[in-house]
Ligand binder design. Structure first.
Ligand code: ASP
Length: 324
């Protein structure tokens, strides 16, 4: 489905990104930390926006944005991923193309620098949607991915979080304070939507636990008829609600506003006891956020001139609903 044509109007593009949601406390965030996060989010936003503003594909824009966040130790994806109970870093990612709803996902990979690219290779170069563990890594090698030494992903801050979780017998939420999963969703000027999500999961995960991030329909979904969604939060709840697909389905039925639908689905997650947030873009170029936590690392840029990054609730300067 292409965008509706309006006389004299250039086709719209739109991009939203997230770097995790959580119980963030403005008083505990130093100006230095804040500017580090803002700079990383802005770099990801700029990489994706450049592609979209030059007429590039939504799929390329989300990959460019996500790779920058996977490579940054600030986020729980790629380098800087949280530790499992056994002291390893196990990465999950998924990606979906709204044109044909082709999708790719990987879970529990330990030696792939940019899991989002492996997920995309599953999408484009295999007959499958979802590969896990050793099989996913064998597929990566077969497709020419370099084997990254597992200690590349480890950072002291994440190692300390695991130690604290074990010593103080607390939950991942107590040591992480935020979900640092990364994601991006985009609309390109041809009217195509794409979504992607990448994560290390939750600190102290055991027994091969897999969250929502690599699950198509839970953490990621894209459908040109409705929207593109990427989620971050307590994965078990997002799986049970089927968050990303639920938002797209309700939008396809078209009876409520985009913000209302996203907020409604996040309220549903909350009612079960889960927290986190979502980003979405729509075929008309809207870029929305919804989260039931105090903050979400996020950013959005559109062809209408919006370009902003934010961390705590209510920091947006502009409405991101395009007027038609
Ligand atoms: N949703 C991720 C998971 O449950 C965690 C996150 O968003 O940081 O694995």
């Amino acid at each position: 489905m292409s965008q509706p044509a309006f006389a004299g109007e250039a086709p719209k593009w739109s991009l939203a990104i997230h770097g995790g949601a959580g119980t963030l406390d403005p008083d505990k965030m130093t100006p230095e930390k804040r500017s580090q996060y803002e700079a990383a989010l802005q770099a990801a936003l700029d990489a994706g926006s450049k592609i979209l503003s030059e007429g590039g594909a939504a799929m390329d824009a989300i990959k460019a944005a996500i790779i920058i966040m996977e490579d940054s130790p600030l986020f729980n994806a790629g380098k800087g991923a949280v530790f499992t109970w056994d002291g390893t870093n196990e990465l999950d990612a998924s990606i979906m193309d709204g044109r044909d709803r082709s999708a790719g996902a990987v879970a529990g990979v330990k030696t792939v620098k940019n899991p989002i690219l492996l997920a995309d290779t599953v999408r484009t170069q295999s007959e499958h949607v979802f590969l896990m563990g050793a099989g996913a890594e064998a597929f990566a090698v077969e497709k020419g991915f370099a084997v990254t030494p597992p200690d590349y992903f480890a950072t002291p801050a994440r190692a300390e979080a695991l130690e604290r979780l074990k010593e103080e017998k607390v939950s991942a939420l107590d040591v992480d304070h935020k979900f640092g999963t990364v994601g991006a969703v985009a609309l390109d000027t041809k009217g195509n939507l794409a979504a992607g999500t990448s994560t290390g999961g939750m600190t102290g995960k055991r027994w091969g636990r897999v969250g929502d991030a690599p699950l198509i329909g839970a953490g990621t979904y894209a459908d040109n008829r409705a929207c593109a969604v990427s989620a971050t939060g307590w994965g078990e709840y997002f799986i049970r609600v089927g968050v990303a697909h639920e938002i797209c389905s309700r939008l396809r039925m078209g009876r409520e506003s985009e913000q209302g639908i996203a907020d409604g689905v996040m309220a549903d997650v909350k009612s079960l006891g889960g927290d986190g947030g979502v980003i979405l873009v729509t075929p008309l170029g809207g870029a929305f956020f919804s989260f039931n936590t105090t903050g979400m690392y996020r950013g959005r840029a559109t062809s209408d001139g919006i370009n902003e990054v934010a961390i705590f609730g209510g920091e947006e300067k502009a409405s991101a609903t395009p007027d038609h």
